[in-house]
Design a protein around this ligand. Structure first.
Ligand code: NAG
Ligand code: NAG
Length: 336
């Protein structure tokens, strides 16, 4: 047996064959090791890049990215408000039809996550819209970093805090309940965070479009460690502007005018017939302030689909557009 093997090994052809296969085996092993090593390096590199992207190191707040980094979710926060008003309806429809989000997340303390009223029922019947709405339970905060919120303003100061936390949890597009969306907002979804900050003013929080990892958000929340319960807009607007943005304006994509947060713009909605509202991307209706803004408030103290038929100021046209686009009158004729 052994002798037979030795005889065979002596055959030079077989020796060559063995040598060649040993060579390939060695070479193959080296190649495999090298590619595993390279792959690992590439993976580590990719993860690092992804992480850097999420950390927004060197992020350009002027140009943004070439792809969407903000999820197409519109967030609404409704505290202590189970009934949908006509204006709530109009604003929800405008956000749906003019922006086209994938989802609406409504964060609310409403018992059982239920809403009521004729206008909520109309939303329930708008199946395309309704199928996009998710209702999520959320209690209004009562304190921040161990400091009690001003009880009189709990829902407002609590709402300010809740929107920062909501942005940090999900990212997306936060809208106040009386913001009317005029144009598609996708162009802002390419920034770490886009926020209203008009010339010479503090930032405005009615519209926030942000990735959940936006660096500004935890700094903003952290600035509540010094909470001033007696000042209406200190922690939401003044402090983050002065303490954070004056020093680091590169943290945000500063939006001037286009979010329609300035009081003078809202004022036009009820007073100036020629107001070119379509040039804006969104506008704050300031509906709870209309009683002192609108000189003719007493003529039409509240709005509904009938009142707006003849309302001559820009809000009338904006509301009529949504009444028509949503087809709500077909549903109303069927008697809700
Ligand atoms: C909740 O709303 C009701 C009626 O709209 C109001 O009377 C009450 O004060 C509100 N609660 C808080 C905590 O603001
Ligand atoms: C971007 O950041 C710079 C500071 O680096 C700031 O001066 C500029 O206003 C910011 N631009 C926008 C659009 O926010």
């Amino acid at each position: 047996m052994r002798r037979g093997m030795l005889l065979l090994l002596r055959s030079s052809a077989l020796r060559n064959l063995l040598r060649t296969s040993a060579f390939f085996l060695f070479f193959g092993t080296v190649l495999m090791m090298a590619s595993t090593l390279l792959e690992g390096t590439f993976r580590a590199f990719r993860e690092l890049r992804h992480e850097e992207e999420l950390k927004f190191l060197y992020f350009n707040n002027e140009t943004g990215t070439d792809h969407f980094i903000v999820p197409n979710i519109i967030h609404l926060i409704r505290f202590n408000k189970t009934e949908f008003s006509f204006v709530d309806y109009i604003c929800t429809q405008a956000a749906f039809r003019n922006h086209r989000p994938d989802h609406f997340y409504i964060h609310t303390d409403s018992p059982g996550g239920k809403f009521r009223g004729k206008y909520w029922e109309l939303i329930e019947r708008d199946l395309e819209l309704r199928s996009r709405i998710r209702i999520l339970p959320l209690e209004p905060p009562s304190e921040i970093y161990g400091q009690q919120l001003n009880p009189e303003w709990r829902l407002y100061h609590g709402g300010d805090i809740a929107r920062i936390r909501t942005m940090m949890k999900y990212g997306g597009i936060y809208l106040d309940n009386d913001v009317y969306v005029i144009q598609n907002l996708d162009k802002y979804r390419k920034f770490e965070i886009a926020i209203n900050w008009d010339e010479g003013q503090f930032l405005g929080t009615q519209v926030i479009i942000a990735n959940r990892k936006a660096r500004f958000l935890p700094l903003w929340l952290d600035s509540y460690r010094e909470y001033h319960p007696e000042i209406w807009y200190y922690n939401a607007g003044e402090r983050p502007t002065v303490e954070i943005l004056y020093k680091h304006p590169e943290l945000v994509h500063r939006v001037k005018v286009q979010f329609g947060a300035d009081f003078d713009l809202s004022y036009n909605l009820y007073t100036y017939k020629e107001f070119d509202w379509r040039a804006l991307d969104t506008i704050h209706l300031m509906i709870n302030h209309r009683h002192y803004m609108d000189p003719y408030y007493n003529v039409t103290p509240f709005f509904d689909e009938n009142v707006v038929k003849n309302y001559p100021y820009p809000f009338g046209g904006m509301a009529r557009e949504m009444v028509a686009a949503s087809g709500m009158e077909n549903f109303i004729d069927k008697k809700i």
